[in-house]
Design a protein around this ligand. Sequence first.
Ligand code: FES
Ligand code: MG
Length: 568
Amino acid sequence: MSGTARSQQWYAGDSRDAFIHRAWMRRGLPDHAFDGRPQIVICNTWSDLTPCNSHFREIAEHVKRGVWESGGVPLELPVPSLGETLLRPTAMFFRDLAAMVVEELIRANPVDGVVLLGGCDKTVPSLLLGAASVDLPTLMVTGGPMLNGSWQGRPLGCGTGVWELSEEVRAGRMPRSDLRRAESAMIRSRGHCNTMGTASTMACVAEALGMTLPGNAGLPAPDSRLLELSHAAGNRIVEMVGEDLRPSAVLTREALLNAVRVVAAVGGSTNAVVHLLALARRVGVDFALEDIDRAGRDIPLLADVQPAGAHLMEDFHRAGGLDAVLGQIKDRLEPAVTVSGRPLTDQISGHPSADLTVIRTADEPIARHAGLAVLRGNLCPDGAVIKPAAATPELLRHRGRAVVFDGIEDFHARIDDPGLDVEPSDVLVLRGCGPRGYPGMPEVGNMPLPPKVLRAGVRDMVRISDARMSGTAFGTVVLHIAPESAAGGPLGLVRSGDWIELDVERRVLRLDVPEEELAARQPVTAAAPPAESGWEHIYRAHVEQADRGAGLDFLAGTRGSFVARESH
Ligand code: FES
Ligand code: MG
C-alpha cells in the first residue's frame, strides 16, 4: 500500500501528532498496522433496542476476518441505531440525525474504506445517506430477514400478520388471548422483518443500487452463508480502497432507476420512495417522484410475498431470491456498476426461480404492471403515493365522502365511536401526520377501519393522508400527500362530507369542491405544538416535504472526506 492512503494523514511520519494518533490506537496493534494499509471502519447499527440488528456483532466479526485476511485493519464504530417498532414519535424522525452522525464520524476519523451494517428499516437509508455524503469507498452488508413465522398452520408475517390479526380482534372474531400467543410465533429468530416490508425492500434496494455484494438481500439472518458473505465483504472493501471505487461511481441515476424497478418487481414498500428521493438529493442526481412512477410502471410483479402476496422472505430466498427476480427483468435494467466492480446486469446468475409459486416469471407474473403510482390533483399538488399491488382492485377507482380526522389523537378518539357517521364507501382522511406536522411522518396512514365497517365484513376502505405506512401494511391507502397540511397543503381544506375522487389508472386524487369555496375555507394544519429547542426544533425547521425525500434541507449534497484542521 502506498503512503497516500487517507489515514496516513493521521499516522504517517514522526510528528508529535502522528505519535499521538498511533500511540493511542496501538493497544496490541503491530507497527505495520500503520504502514499505509487500508483502515476500514465498520459502521455497526447493533443495539439491544434494535432487535432486528441484534446479531450484527457476529456479522462484524466476520467482516473483520475478511479485512484482516486482505491486508486491511478493521475498526468497528457503533453508530446510531433506529429500532423501527420502539422509537417515538417514529424512527423516521431520526433517519437524518443518524445519517448526520454516520457522515460526520466517518469523515472525522482516520479511515480509508467503509462497511455499513444495516437491517431494520431506517438503519439502511441512514447509513447510505451518511456514507454517500463522505464518498469514501463504501460497501453495505444487510443483516437478512428472520425465519418464517407460522401460526395455526398459516404463514404469519411480521407486521402484515399484526395488521390482519388485530383487525380480527376489533371485528370481534378472535379472542385477545390468541393475539398474545401469536407474538412469539411471528418472531422466531434474529433478523429483520420476514415480509417484503421496508427492511426487506431496502435490502433489495441496497443490492439493486449496487451497494452490496450480489446475493445479500433476503439471505436469512441465521444462515451461515450470511457470515460467508460478510467475510467476502471484508475482502472486497480492501480491494475497493485500492481501486478507489466510491459511492459517487455507484449511486447514479441508472442505479436509482434499477432500484425502482426492483421495488416494483418484488412488490416493495412505499417507504422506498422517500429514501430513494432523499438519496438522490444527497448525491445530486436528477431523480424525481415521477421517475419512480415511470420506471416502475411496466415492471411485472413477480414476488408473491406478504404484504402484496402470500409467502415470506425465507421462501423468497429458497426460490432464488433477488437473483431470480433480476434474471426476469434483466432486459429492463441498466448496466450500472456495483461495489463488486461489475455492472449489476453482469452478475445475474440466470438461474430460474426454484419455486414459481413464490417468484414468478415475467411471462406469467402476478400482475403485468406493478410499481408505485404517483398521484396528482388539487389535493396533492406536489404528489402522493399508492401501492396498487397492496390495494383492493375495485377501490382503485372510487368516489367517496370524506370522513376527516385532525391528527392522530382525533382519529383514536373517534374511530371506535359507534356514533361516527361512516359508511364503507367513505374515504378516511387523516392530516397533521406529515414530516413537519407530526413530526416525522409516522406509519399511521393505514388507519384501522371503524368497527361497524369491520363487522359488516368489509376489510378495506380508501384512506388518504400525509403520513407513511408500514411496508408490511396493505389496503387502498394513499400516502405521502405533499404538501402536508402542516405546510399549508390543500389537505387542510377538506371537510367531512366533501366528495373525493381517486383514479389510480389516471393517477388522479381530487377534492370535488369548487375552487371558490375552497378559497373561502380556513386551512387546518392539525400540527403538533411547536418545539422551542432540541432536535425537534431543528428537524421541524428544516425537514423537506415527502416529494423531496422528507430529509433535512441542509443535508442535501455531498461534502467529501477532507478535513482541513488537526485537533491538537
Ligand atoms: Fe425492524 Fe421490521 S421492525 S425490520
Ligand atoms: Mg416500518
